[in-house]
Design a binder for this molecule. Structure first.
Ligand code: ZN
Length: 293
């Protein structure tokens, strides 16, 4: 089962969020027919989206993350809820790029090294909280480290990864975020910085063991770490025929009549789960009647 494990070091000087999102990433690859580079981009962003959703407190809180770089990916959009449901889409899922000279997938090239991220937190209030941040490299982890530091004044370590097997299937996806408490003693901070400086990639640590405690021991060898709780993570799209009807009704009578004259029927498409909803001539006539109420 995919999940976010939350915990702290024994001295309660920093907190950590460990994400296992392998199954979710496999599912996204399948739904959107993602290239490997697109899978890595969306997979990394899904891991951090799930982690940020797990930081929210109320059941109906939602976070939307948009990554708009100047690369061929176009826009990535992810929506995650504090109960663990997550949906994602990208404008150009099929595009594959050559590997970088170090043999790694060129996520920064795909997303683009310049651009913006928009982070929208919806707490169910009138106005959502909107944060913006520039992209640093388009590699996602660095971009979020920068976002946390500048927009939230929260020093954070962000280590995300997606690993493929020889057959091009997702083997591991997830990541870790570490955030220090404001009153962390200097000695502990120095030790933490040492661990972080020699920290392996998330996928490398994950390859050594499937056990979260053992993974953490590889990532942060100098600390005693305690798990506090966990949040499940799963693919969930909340689209429905009713929602699509509402969207059509919102077009108004004139627009609906135009649709009817042009095509006799219409398709509504959900970009998150790629479901098509067909509305026949009779359906459209029914909706026009409903508008006239
Ligand atoms: Zn959908």
């Amino acid at each position: 089962m995919n999940r976010i494990l939350r915990g702290m070091d024994r001295g309660q000087n920093f907190r950590f969020f460990l994400a296992d999102t392998t199954e979710l990433t496999k599912e996204m690859k399948e739904i959107h027919q993602l290239s490997e580079t697109a899978t890595a981009a969306l997979g990394r962003t899904a891991a951090i989206s799930a982690i940020m959703a797990s930081m929210m407190k109320n059941l109906r809180d939602k976070i939307t993350i948009q990554v708009q770089g100047n690369g061929p990916a176009g826009r990535l959009i992810l929506v995650a809820s504090s109960t663990g449901g997550i949906k994602a889409t990208v404008d150009h899922p099929e595009i594959e790029l050559p590997l970088k000279s170090n043999g790694k997938l060129d996520v920064g090239g795909y997303v683009g090294r310049e651009g913006q991220m928009i982070i929208i937190r919806d707490f169910g209030l009138k106005e959502p909280y909107i944060g913006r941040s520039n992209l640093i490299s388009g590699e996602i982890a660095e971009d979020f480290t920068y976002y946390f530091a500048t927009s939230e004044q929260q020093p954070s370590v962000v280590n995300l990864g997606v690993l493929f097997n020889k057959d091009g299937e997702v083997e591991i996806a997830g990541g870790i975020v570490i955030q220090t408490m404001p009153d962390i003693p200097e000695k502990v901070l120095v030790q933490l910085e040492k661990d972080v400086a020699s920290m392996p990639s998330f996928t490398k640590a994950a390859q050594e063991s499937a056990d979260p405690k053992e993974r953490l021991a590889v990532l942060l060898p100098s600390f005693e770490l305690d798990f506090m709780d966990e949040m499940p993570v799963f693919w969930e799209c909340d689209c429905s025929r009713e929602r699509m009807e509402q969207a059509l009704l919102a077009l108004g009578e004139e627009e609906l009549k135009t649709l009817l004259e042009e095509d006799d029927s219409t398709e509504m498409h959900c970009h998150f789960c790629n479901t098509d909803y067909h509305f026949s001539r009779e359906d459209l006539l029914g909706l026009i009647q409903e508008v006239n109420g």
